[in-house]
Design a protein around this ligand. Structure first.
Ligand SMILES: [Zn+2]
Length: 221
């Protein structure tokens, strides 16, 4: 604390002023502590709440399209790779499975250099361009290996069926596809689409199944 240069003892007025200042500091500290407790409660209380009911997730691809859903040893339990059964995978629209708020729209790991013009370029690491959506009730979905920077930004509300990106091969990806996950309470769970479980529960063996997208309500919140 700065103290004025004085010739003798601080005057009574100085003492009174210092006392007031000390009381103010104490008040600020008390208010700060109270604010910290409230902030901590706002973070912790939602974490303690049980997850809400599963949203009616839809395939993250265009209405009416049939895609192959699959996994392979070493992938990770519950993880799903999506490949279209017809046409090019590069650039296909990736849609929000359900309405929610974008919590991540960026780069996971590194991008690498796999593009439509150079499909066998150097691989990146991790998920490449990716998006994470919070659907409320502690449910979230993740979309990895997107071709380009996501078409949405963090904090943005998205509707079910809204386009969030395009299929690519950024990050640790062999060929253009969409890596997709559903999480409940931030734990991976078996993916469900249109109310039906995908059957992809572990990565013990290679497994694929075809499903047709009923993500047909684009634009509805
Ligand atoms: Zn994958």
């Amino acid at each position: 604390m700065l103290r004025a240069v004085t010739t003798g003892h601080p005057s009574a007025r100085h003492r009174a002023r210092r006392h007031t200042r000390r009381r103010t500091v104490r008040w600020i500290l008390a208010l700060g502590a109270a604010a910290a407790i409230v902030a901590a409660a706002l973070v912790v209380v939602p974490l303690l709440r049980p997850p809400g009911p599963r949203p009616l997730f839809q395939l993250p691809v265009a209405c009416g399209e049939t895609w192959q859903l699959g996994t392979y040893p070493g992938h990770d339990d519950f993880d799903v790779d999506l490949f279209p059964t017809t046409g090019e995978a590069w650039g296909r629209p990736v849609l929000a499975s359900s309405a929610g708020t974008v919590t991540v729209a960026g780069i996971n790991g590194s991008l690498g250099e796999r593009t439509p013009d150079n499909p066998n370029g150097p691989r990146g690491r991790g998920g490449g361009y990716w998006v994470k959506i919070d659907h409320g009730g502690r449910w979230e979905t993740q979309y990895l290996h997107l071709l380009e920077p996501p078409l949405v930004r963090e904090g943005q509300r998205v509707a079910q069926g809204e386009q969030i990106g395009r299929v690519g091969s950024t990050g640790n990806s062999g060929a253009p596809h969409l890596h997709y996950e559903q999480r409940r309470g931030w734990e991976k769970v078996e993916t469900h689409f249109d109310g039906q479980p995908s059957g992809i529960t572990n990565d013990d063996t290679e497994y694929t199944v075809e499903r047709t997208s009923n993500n047909c309500s684009a634009g509805q919140p």
